[in-house]
Design a protein around this ligand. Structure first.
Ligand SMILES: [Mn+2]
Length: 317
């Protein structure tokens, strides 16, 4: 953490960037750090090379995000958040910077990319940014608090997932005291459902199936559903919660058809499983109990290939 802070303070301009298919942690930590650096009078930009979901547009600074890697800002340092490589950020490998700083909490991140601070004990990267701000003695404004609270709330499933530690609750309380707009966060990032999303829920639940005596619950979302409901693929990510909700499920799987030959896979596990290994074996990554990957195969083939691997990590009934 000290090395990372030093690199940031020495930088001649910083570009903060999170991952594509941005989630609340990626956006919250990116914008949180962006505001912290700007408030220190440092040259800082924030970038997101993918569409920001509507439910996160309340985040202060979301309208200032750079959305293209062309017209690259005049900076010499990239701070890469909530992922472990440039590709996941949507950036080309030949990006014109001198230094790369990586702050992440994914257990699949080897911590070998640039000056890295990777620690899977943190529930969200936003929590790491909070620690960094404390170390640097940067003032945390209500704007920053709202961003970091968003990280913490969304990556813990609004304080429901197993990564919700006592420290998470203490940090959430601290951010609330510092002025985080907690009601705005919950109303937008958690409760907001467009008619298109409700249509998606209705259609996706019609494609719920079970395997392995009900221990694996799978929801499939074919491409036709996105068009019918007027939503995009990223909006379907939350569907995995419905699979995980079914009693007896130790492993929830969401299969989203990206194209005729590409399938996006999300995995959520309960208990002692490590699904990140399975995700990594397909070129993806994640945490022990929440991981994902993309399989270059039609949905039914991807399902079969995935199940072959999942059965190996599944405990015997
Ligand atoms: Mn995260």
């Amino acid at each position: 953490m000290e090395k990372v802070l030093k690199k940031i303070l020495q930088a001649k301009g910083v570009l903060v960037v999170g991952h594509i298919s941005p989630d609340g942690d990626s956006l919250g930590s990116t914008l949180g750090l962006f505001h912290l650096l700007r408030q220190q009078g440092l040259v800082a930009y924030a970038m997101c090379l993918d569409k920001v979901p509507n439910k996160y547009l309340y985040l202060p600074g979301s309208d200032e995000l750079l959305t293209s890697s062309e017209n690259f800002p005049d900076v010499n340092t990239i701070v890469l958040l909530d992922c472990g490589d440039l590709q996941r950020a949507g950036l080309p490998a030949n990006i014109p910077v001198d230094f790369i700083v990586n702050i992440d909490h994914h257990s699949s991140n080897s911590g070998c990319f640039g000056t890295a601070w990777v620690d899977s004990a943190f529930a969200a990267v936003g929590q790491q940014i909070l620690r960094l701000a404390e170390l640097a003695r940067w003032e945390i404004s209500p704007t920053v608090a709202t961003c970091l609270y968003t990280s913490l709330a969304t990556d813990t499933g609004f304080f429901r997932h197993s990564n919700t530690t006592p420290v998470v609750f203490r940090d959430a309380a601290l951010l609330m005291e510092l002025g985080a707009s907690t009601q705005t966060v919950v109303e937008n990032a958690a409760e907001r459902k467009s008619l298109g999303e409700l249509c998606l829920i209705q259609q996706a639940l019609a494609n719920l199936t079970q395997e392995c005596d009900g221990r694996v619950t799978i929801i499939e979302v074919p491409r036709s559903v996105y068009a019918a409901c007027g939503v995009d693929l990223d909006e379907a990510e939350g569907m995995i919660e419905y699979a995980k909700a079914v009693p007896g499920t130790v492993l929830a799987v969401l299969l989203r058809e990206v194209s005729a030959h590409v399938t996006r896979v999300s995995l959520r596990a309960r208990g002692d499983l490590d699904v990140s290994k399975v995700a990594v074996s397909f070129g993806g990554g994640g945490h022990k109990l929440a991981a994902g990957c993309t399989i270059n195969a039609p949905l039914p083939d991807a399902r079969r290939a995935l199940l072959d691997q999942l059965i190996k990590v599944l405990p015997h009934a």
